[in-house]
Design a protein around this ligand. Structure first.
Ligand code: SF4
Length: 239
């Protein structure tokens, strides 16, 4: 990360503002702006966000939901994570039922949604072609996540939405010198891992339409992930 130094950002708000101006990945920036220019027919009257998508939630959160990347016509359109697409339509009702979200429906940045005890971010912050950021692009975006995690002072639990997010969290742990044996941490839906340093990772299938439409991830399965996250976050910190 040469053009920006996330470590200099002193708050999540300042960090978010800087992320929105990031241009480190030419392929992703070009794709996001092109999607925003052309637009989907259903949204032709809307102004797309088209920039890196800032994180969203409660700065005092004990739980983090870590996603993959913005959807081209979801958060790349609305400018808020998981807002305005099928993944978000699956996620937010579950967050509402688990007590993290103020309302079940997420449609735009100004729909009144508020999160309590939850912060939402992703390992890549620009919409990638085919929903697949390259390893280089994930590496470019990693310092933003590193800084973000250091600013979430109350964080206890990270819900990793999909294998790439799970790998992204492990890569973060390795970068900060808190992952001696990565092979000990395998991805499986609902698997829980206490990481060196005390953070608890819960792995979950990603709420993509590919998973939710096929029944690979059902609403009860997903709800139990966030109910468990809430339970773990409330446990006393061991000395
Ligand atoms: S994906 Fe991350 S590093 Fe790449 S341009 Fe977007 S915000 Fe910057």
């Amino acid at each position: 990360m040469a053009a920006t130094k996330p470590e200099k950002f002193s708050s999540l708000e300042v960090l978010n503002a800087a992320i929105v101006g990031c241009n480190l990945c030419p392929r992703l920036r070009s794709h996001s702006t092109e999607v925003a220019r052309v637009r989907r027919k259903a949204y032709i009257d809307q102004q797309y966000w088209g920039r890196p998508v800032p994180s969203f939630g409660d700065p005092a959160a004990r739980v983090l939901a870590l996603g993959l990347a913005p959807g081209a016509h979801g958060s790349n359109r609305t400018g808020r994570p998981f807002t305005g697409d099928g993944s978000g339509d699956f996620l937010y009702p579950v967050l509402y039922e688990a007590g993290f979200a103020s309302q079940p429906k997420a449609v735009s940045r100004d729909d009144g949604m508020q999160l309590t005890d939850l912060w939402i971010t992703s390992v890549a912050r620009c919409a990638p072609p085919g929903n697949k950021p390259t390893p280089d692009e994930l590496r470019n975006c990693a310092p933003w996540l590193d800084r973000e995690l250091s600013l979430l002072k109350n964080l206890r639990v990270v819900v990793c939405l999909g294998r790439i997010a799970f790998d992204g969290l492990l890569a973060h742990q390795a970068r900060v010198g808190q992952l001696p044996a990565r092979s000990a941490f395998a991805f499986a839906h609902a698997a829980e891992h206490t990481l060196p340093g005390g953070l608890i990772a819960i792995a979950s299938y990603h709420p993509s339409l590919q998973n939710t439409n096929t029944g690979k991830l059902t609403r009860p399965m997903f709800l139990s992930i966030f109910q468990r996250a809430r339970q773990l976050a409330a446990q006393p910190v061991s000395a």
